[in-house]
Each structure stands twice: as structure tokens, then as C-alpha cells.
Design a protein around this ligand. Structure first.
Ligand code: SAM
Length: 407
């Protein structure tokens, strides 16, 4: 999986490739591989710091990955050193001729690395890539950038959204209504899964629908809907929902998710830019395609496989989607724009230019008191960051704005 990320694919895609390569893996082994790979990536700056003092020359990438993996297991995962070292040496021996030749070095380096807990503890979390760090520092300053990096390294808890208030949901209730489980659990084995009482959704991802505040019977379009976390929230509130997504495969997942929780929505596989409803709508949710840089806690590979080159194209697409969405509303209708991004150009900047283009749209800020004050921006939008809620374990980075069509 680490090699797959080095080739530029996501951990999830790497996991699929791993399952194809080694079909005998049990689900538990696969889950452990995923956990270890994610952990290795989240702490990569620490394993590099430990290894820097022990190797003269960076070895071949696959050997380096073995070393990073074993160091992380020993110093973050508290794995007994002999187990981690032996496993790494066995892996090197099972590799190509060059990896085999490195087995002795792997053994020697890891035995010394096991004693370098202090170097591990003293190292810093991985830095954001420059293309993201620069705008983050410009927006919030150096200290917040460092706090975001620390939060990324801590990873994310498992958050669940209840189908309705009052249904029993595992985990501790968060102030915004989500429930949180701190330790990784097998989702399908949790109580209430089979009954469809809840679904997995980061606490921040549940906020756009909370801000939209759908009422029973309202007509709502979810323009970029799959895999459907927000569609389920809208339907659970009793809205008449049309869920649109460009990807038929992702829309099939949305339909399966709706079926599991026993909720209904009309589904349309289409480009949202070409879709129009038969009558103007009470509300539109636009959870736009974005850089996903707000989800690095869950996807530690993102900084390694993306560069900033896609940002201008995404910003253009988001602006087109906002323009289209604004035209679908009844007078007085509301549009919630959301992105799971930490890049201000997709959030704060996007809102500013949208307001300049659309004098008929006005920001409707969240009611004070209902939301943590530090999340509300000077524009009247909501901004969550991974370093928020430190005592509760953080949340994904989202930018969310509610706009009302005047007149
Ligand atoms: C951020 S994800 C949506 C997550 C979803 N709202 C949820 O809560 O589960 C963005 C989605 O936009 C879809 N998408 C991208 N471009 C689109 C377009 N032009 N029209 C409709 N959907 C689009 C992608 O297929 C992707 O599923």
C-alpha cells in the first residue's frame, strides 16, 4: 500500500490493489494493513528523523518504506522490537535481489532504531506541502498551521450521524449532534448498523445540512450527492430530496446507503451543471468537488499524491456550480455551499467572488449561540479546522456558507 501511494494513488486504491494481489487476506488482516500504512504515513517525519541518524544514504524506496513501517510499528505502535524487525527482514528477503541484499542493513538499522524513542518524540509532525502551507499561513498564521499539522498527525475518530434525534447510537454525543467513538471499531459490527440507525460521517461533514436546516416537505436538490451522507440527513429531516451526482458508480453507493437506513430520495446520474428541476426549489445543497485538504487526518497520503495544480480548475468548477445552483432557487430560497477544504481559495475566496457576481444572494449567518463562536467567520460563514475541538479530538476542515436568494 505504501508503494502504491508512492506511485500516486490513494490508500483506498492501494488497498484494493493489495486485496487483488493477495486475495487470501482476511478482512482483519486487511484492516490491520490499512491501519499500519496510514500510521506510517501520518508519522513519516518522525520515522525519517529516527532513520536519518542511522543510514548514510537513503536506500531504494521499497526498502525505505519497510524501514519507515517497522520504525512506526516500534515507536508509535509500541510493537515489540523483535517482532517488527523480524517481519521487516522477512519482507526484505521476500523482495527482489536488491531488497534481499538490503536485509542485513534493515536488520542492523532497525535494531538501533528501536532505541531511539527520544528522537521520535522530539521530531515534528509532517509539514503541510508548500502549495497548501503558504495559503494556510497567509490566512491563519504560522501557529495555526503548526496546530493543523499536529492535528493531522493525531488522525481522526469514528463519527456517526443519528438517523433521528433520540435513536440509540454508540459513542459519546458531541455538541453538534454527532456521536464519536475514539477507538477504531468494525463499523458493521456496531449496534444499530443493521437497523440503519446511523451512518458514518465526520462531525464536520454533518454541519452543512445542519446549517441548511431542511423542513419536512421542502424541495431540496443535493447537487454533488454521492456517497450520500448529506442526502441521508436531508431525507431524514423529511425533505423531498433529489440527489444528483456525475458518477453512476458513486450514485449506486448512495442508493445502497439510502436503502440500508430506510430513507428515500430521487437519484439522478448527471452533470449538475446541466440539470434543472421542474419547479424552483426551496433549497440547494452544493457540497462541491474540492481538494479534500480538510480530510488529511483520514487521508494522510493526500499531501504526497496531490500538488496544488488542480486548485484553479476546482475553483473554476465550484464557481460554475454556484452560478447554476443560484438559478434553481425560489425567491427566498437558500443555498448552502460546502467544501471539505483548508484552501482559502475554495472557501473564503470562493464566497467573496460569488457574492460579487450575485447581488441577489446574501449570506445568512448561523444563529449565534447554536454554533461555537470561533467557527463563525467575518463573512458570516462557518469554518472548521482539524485543530478545533482539541479536547474532543478535532474535526475535518470544512468551509460552509448559507446564502439566501433575496426577492
Ligand atoms: C465532496 S463529494 C460529495 C460528498 C457527498 N455530498 C456526501 O456527503 O456524501 C463531491 C461529489 O461531486 C461529484 N461531482 C463532481 N463534479 C460533478 C458535477 N459536475 N455534477 C455532479 N456531481 C459532480 C463527484 O462525483 C463526487 O461524488
Amino acid at each position: 500500500m505504501l508503494a502504491a501511494v508512492r506511485e500516486g494513488v490513494t490508500l483506498a486504491e492501494g488497498e484494493e490493489a493489495l486485496a487483488d494481489l493477495t486475495p487470501a487476506l482476511t478482512p482483519a488482516e486487511r484492516a490491520r494493513a490499512r491501519r499500519l500504512a496510514a500510521m506510517t504515513l501520518r508519522h513519516r517525519s518522525r520515522s525519517d528523523a529516527v532513520l536519518a541518524g542511522l543510514i548514510d544514504r537513503r536506500p531504494r524506496p521499497e526498502v525505505m518504506e519497510l524501514l519507515q513501517l517497522a520504525v512506526t510499528e516500534m515507536l508509535a505502535g509500541a510493537e515489540a522490537p523483535h517482532g517488527a524487525v523480524n517481519a521487516a527482514v522477512a519482507l526484505a528477503r521476500s523482495g527482489g535481489a536488491k531488497a534481499k541484499a538490503a536485509a542485513g542493513m534493515v536488520n542492523a538499522v532497525l535494531r538501533r532504531a528501536a532505541e531511539r524513542q527520544a528522537a521520535w518524540d522530539a521530531a515534528s509532525p509532517p509539514r503541510l506541502p508548500d502549495w497548501l502551507r503558504r495559503p494556510v499561513v497567509a490566512q491563519w498564521g504560522e501557529d495555526i498551521a503548526a496546530a493543523i499539522e499536529a492535528a493531522h498527525e493525531r488522525g481522526a475518530a469514528l463519527d456517526l450521524t443519528p438517523r433521528a434525534p433520540g435513536v440509540p447510537v454508540p459513542g459519546a454525543a458531541l455538541p453538534t449532534g454527532s456521536h464519536r467513538l475514539q477507538s477504531g471499531a468494525q463499523v458493521t459490527a456496531l449496534p444499530g448498523y443493521a437497523e440503519g440507525d446511523w451512518w458514518v460521517q465526520d462531525a464536520a461533514a454533518a454541519l452543512p445540512v445542519r446549517l441548511l436546516a431542511p423542513r419536512p416537505g421542502e424541495t431540496v436538490a443535493d447537487l454533488c450527492a454521492a456517497p450520500g451522507g448529506k442526502t441521508m440527513q436531508l431525507a431524514a429531516a423529511g425533505a423531498r430530496v433529489t440527489a444528483i451526482d456525475l458518477s453512476p458508480q458513486r450514485l449506486a453507493r448512495l442508493a445502497a446507503n439510502l436503502a440500508r437506513v430506510g430513507l428515500e430520495a430521487e437519484t439522478v446520474a448527471a452533470d449538475a451543471l446541466g440539470w434543472t428541476p421542474s419547479a424552483p426549489l426551496d433549497a440547494v445543497l452544493l457540497d462541491a468537488p474540492c481538494s479534500a485538504t480538510g480530510t488529511i487526518r483520514r487521508h494522510p497520503e493526500l499531501p504526497l499524491i496531490r500538488d496544488g495544480a488542480m486548485i484553479p480548475e476546482l475553483v473554476r468548477l465550484q464557481a460554475q456550480l454556484i452560478n447554476h445552483a443560484a438559478g434553481l432557487l425560489k425567491p427566498g430560497g437558500r443555498l448552502v455551499y460546502a467544501v471539505c477544504s483548508l484552501h482559502p481559495a475554495e472557501g473564503e475566496g470562493q464566497l467573496a467572488t460569488a457574492l460579487a457576481r450575485h447581488p441577489g444572494l446574501a449570506v445568512e449567518p448561523p444563529a449565534p449561540g447554536d454554533w461555537p463562536e470561533e467557527w463563525i467567520t467575518p463573512q458570516g460563514a462557518i469554518r472548521t479546522r482539524p485543530d478545533h475541538w482539541p479536547e474532543l479530538g478535532g474535526l475535518d476542515g470544512f468551509f460552509i456558507a448559507r446564502l439566501r436568494r433575496c426577492g
